[in-house]
Design a protein. Structure first.
Lengths: 295, 372
């Protein structure tokens, strides 16, 4: 195999990995503060894609504004889900919240089926994101560069928020001990709502980029990316933001390379991805960058 | 107010005997949502128009109960059970795709209720089952025709196969194509797979690109075909793509845009080939109702409905067993998609159609007469 082929596959893999990473961060942040696997997270990707679609196609809003609206509305939806579905269950057993999360996921999917219908729609990709850059025998989709750029910028912003802002500090504190943080006079519910907003906005960014890369919008489009992102979050060490991003990249690159190098194995793409997960968890039960969080 | 209500009710009761001869209930289980929602939607449109054309049989109105299978095999099996146990249907139409029909078929077979699938082309669907029928050709024939097209029309010596391991249709058709293509002296240089719901085919396509085949045979469904073609053209892979009947949904063109131009595919129907009065009337009604032209899956849905009604008429009864016996006897039935003669095993003798995507539309290329 020549180097060009390998580099080309790495570009495809990193692109896919960035999508998984963006989604995985949302899983990991919510898990960090609430110890809750928010199964509705993947469906936020679908919601954001539809919002952007309707803004641009039905309401003729210019795309930058449409994307902005999608980000904001999806973030608000994240807060709403927390307020309506999870907050009433804060003191219930963890399993109740988990089942509620699955319920919210079904609710969002089926609402989309009822309101929009099940047949797939295409996405009006702005010309800025279309096309391919040919360079030294490689063909790099312009969108791949955007995806990587957006992921890096958002990750940096997130790390900055977590590290240098008061609310970020509160989030980190919450992931250690909710009760003590409450006693220190921090409004825990407000911090949790902010966490949801942030995670949902990242999912929205991922969703908009996703449907430009794979322009087939349908109500169940978030299920598989959601599942993969969850795997990525666990792989990287759930609760750890850098870990989630890293887990996403490993999973994305792994999936692509396996198929590209051993085409005969292409049917085992997911099996191989999940085997990687099992092996890593066997050797490092808390994931690559995970640490033992108090329960 | 009360008086008006009373008057309306009295009117309704008076009118009731005129409309309410006991309806004959048919069941339909179709993928209205999920990965192959377009098929179910189109099939249902076709059935709806067919029902408008022939709303009653044996002097009784026909009612069709629809259950959504969510494009899922488990839901399909449940749907058939529900139609039989709860809705007490006398015959069933569905599913549009092979995998889901296979999942539902055993339930109908066990309870001895006849089932007609509009477009499940996998040979296994009717095999060893007495109550399962279809109005479409089967994939052994489709694979054979595909291989002939590849070698004769495209002069292909090498081919790459890509298919969906989660769909019986896709795996079956790929196997039959491979067998016939190899028999005709061609060589399959690459065989790659994916799973329904996958959206990224770049690694599969890269490995195909490296081998530079004369043609790509992709017996997969429309969403995947559109994304696959888009990604292939984006990376500069120019080999022609040949597909099966699974791509004939408007979504292929909507999602794929210019990337799907020039895709050839074998299928059931093109409106330009309709030549009998039933078909013409149905086409006209369809256009009136939906303001667009009918496509293959709508026509096949309609034919499944027409053929069931014809069987009920000939049986002179709504007993599922008698309907089944009449279905087997179907001979030279003039359906929307052409003449249908049922073989004893439940498969029809049907002509095939070659279409291609041209200028953002499905264009008729030619009809391929039935094999036997």
């Amino acid at each position: 195999m020549d180097a060009g082929f390998f580099v080309q596959q790495m570009i495809f893999g990193l692109t896919l990995g960035c999508f998984y990473g963006l989604l995985a961060i949302g899983y990991t942040m919510v898990y960090g503060v609430l110890r809750l696997i928010n199964f509705a997270h993947g469906d936020l990707l679908m919601v954001s894609a539809y919002i952007a679609y309707f803004a641009i196609v039905i309401f003729y809003i210019p795309w930058p504004v449409g994307f902005g609206i999608s980000l904001v509305l999806t973030a608000l939806l994240g807060i709403l889900i927390d307020r309506g579905a999870y907050r009433p269950l804060r003191r219930s057993p963890k399993i109740s919240a988990l089942i509620t999360a699955i319920g919210i996921s079904f609710l969002l999917e089926n609402l989309a089926v009822v309101i929009i219908g099940g047949r797939p729609k295409t996405f009006p990709t702005p010309p800025l994101f279309e096309g391919v850059i040919s360079f030294a025998g490689l063909s790099i989709p312009r969108l791949s560069i955007w995806v990587m750029f957006v992921t890096i910028v958002l990750l940096m912003m997130l790390l900055w928020i977590l590290r240098y802002t008061r609310i970020g500090m509160a989030m980190r504190a919450l992931s250690r001990d909710v009760e003590t943080v409450r006693l220190m006079g921090v409004d825990a519910d407000r911090v949790i709502a902010f966490t949801f907003a942030l995670g949902s906005a990242l999912a929205a960014a991922g969703g908009i980029l996703w449907c430009m890369k794979y322009p087939a919008l349908e109500p169940f489009m978030g299920v598989i990316p959601g599942l993969k992102a969850f795997v990525a979050a666990v792989l990287g060490g759930i609760g750890n933001v850098m870990g989630a991003a890293l887990g996403g990249l490993i999973l994305g690159v792994g999936e692509i390379l396996i198929v590209a190098i051993w085409p005969d194995w292409s049917g085992y793409r997911d099996a191989t991805a999940f085997s990687i997960l099992i092996i890593i968890l066997l050797t490092r039960p808390t994931g690559i960058m995970g640490e033992d969080l108090p329960d | 107010m009360g008086r008006i209500l009373f008057a309306i009710m009295a009117l309704l009761i008076a009118a009731a005997p005129a409309i309410a001869a006991d309806p004959i209930v048919l069941g339909a289980y179709l993928s209205m949502t999920g990965n192959v929602a377009a098929y179910g939607g189109m099939g249902w449109d076709g059935i709806t128009i067919a029902k408008k054309m022939e709303p009653e049989v044996l002097g009784r109105p026909v009612e069709v109960k629809l259950v959504d299978t969510k494009s899922d095999k488990v839901e399909s099996a449940n749907a058939v059970s529900r139609l039989i146990e709860k809705e007490k249907v006398v015959a069933i139409i569905g599913e549009m795709i092979s995998g889901n029909t296979l999942a539902g078929a055993d339930h109908a077979e066990r309870r001895k209720v006849p089932m007609v699938s509009p477009t499940a082309t996998n040979p296994l669907v009717t095999q060893g089952r007495k109550y399962i029928f279809r109005v479409c050709f089967i994939d052994t024939e489709q694979g054979d025709v595909g291989a002939k097209l590849a070698t004769e029309q495209f002069k292909a010596k090498t081919a790459a196969l890509i298919y969906d391991i989660q769909q019986d249709y896709s795996v079956g058709l790929a196997t039959f194509f491979k067998r016939e293509f190899t028999k005709a002296g061609g060589k399959i240089v690459s065989e790659t797979r994916f799973k329904s719901g996958d959206r990224d085919f770049t690694p599969q396509l890269s490995s195909i690109q490296a081998l530079n085949p004369d043609i790509i045979y992709a017996p997969i469904y429309y969403t995947e075909t559109a994304l696959l073609a888009k990604q292939a053209r984006e990376m500069g892979l120019k080999a022609p793509i040949l597909a099966g009947d699974g791509v004939q949904a408007p979504e292929l063109i909507e999602l794929g845009g210019p990337a799907v131009e020039g895709i050839y595919f074998t299928t059931h129907f093109h409106r330009d080939m309709v030549d009998n009065p039933r078909g013409k009337k149905w086409l006209e009604l369809f256009k009136q109702e939906y303001g667009k032209e009918a496509d293959a899956f709508t026509a096949m849905g309609a034919d499944a409905y027409f053929i069931v009604l014809d069987a009920i008429k000939r049986a002179g009864s709504t007993d599922p067993q008698k309907i089944r016996d009449a279905l087997v006897e179907t001979k030279d039935f003039e359906g929307v998609s052409g003449k249908i003669t049922m073989k004893p095993n439940g498969d029809p003798i049907k002509a095939m159609v070659l279409n291609k995507v041209q200028d953002g539309k499905f264009a008729f290329v030619r009809t391929i007469p039935p094999q036997q």
